[in-house]
Write a protein of this length. Sequence first.
Length: 135
Amino acid sequence: MLGTPLDLNGKSYQIIEILQPGLKFLSPPLDLYLPLGLFASSTVQRSDHQDMQALGLLKPGITLTQALTSLDAIMQRLALSDPGPEDNHRSYGAYLTDETTSEIRRTLFVLLAAAGLVLGLAERASPYPLSVPQP
């Protein structure tokens, strides 16, 4: 499926990634993502938007902090070259896994700790050691 063309409204797009089912990165959940550049228009006023959400892939070896620092610098240069109603250009970024698992992360850590506690208690109470002796 990856790399195959997909025709939408008479235009051909190449499939570059397939996301896991149920992904809720943007609200409301979307069926597909298309590059913004395909629809950008010079007639859109900068003041006509509240904010923008984007999904991106970091280059190998680049950290999220480095990417955000670079993005903030770009946003500040744009604000200087084309002043608008916005006076505080800032970016926010997070790993997709953090965004999609943040609601259950605490529960998973509690379950992990509980499993460790149960195994520790079982080892103490058992007459047979749970660890495998080394030869």
